[in-house]
Design a protein around this ligand. Structure first.
Ligand SMILES: [Zn+2]
Length: 80
């Protein structure tokens, strides 16, 4: 392996990393969703888009999400 080879490998890895980082991420087709708790039509946020990418189909609006965290936190086991 010559120094030129190593340079090319480093360059190739750099290009791949750049492409992965700049690649447009998938986003839901609909820009809004219906909250699964209060049924309010709500625009997607980065949090719900993240959940959507993980395969979730039902989302909560920010208010319900916060309320859910509060009740969950009181219930004890909150590992995160
Ligand atoms: Zn809600």
């Amino acid at each position: 392996m010559t120094p030129t080879d190593i340079g090319l490998i480093v360059l190739a890895v750099g290009v791949i990393v750049a492409v992965v980082m700049l690649w447009p991420k998938k986003i839901p087709k609909e820009r809004t969703f219906r909250c699964r708790r209060c049924r309010a039509v709500t625009p997607h946020t980065s949090r719900t888009i993240d959940e959507w990418r993980k395969g979730k189909m039902a989302f909560s609006c920010d208010a319900c999400h916060r309320a859910w965290h509060v009740t969950r936190g009181r219930g004890g086991r909150n590992s995160r």
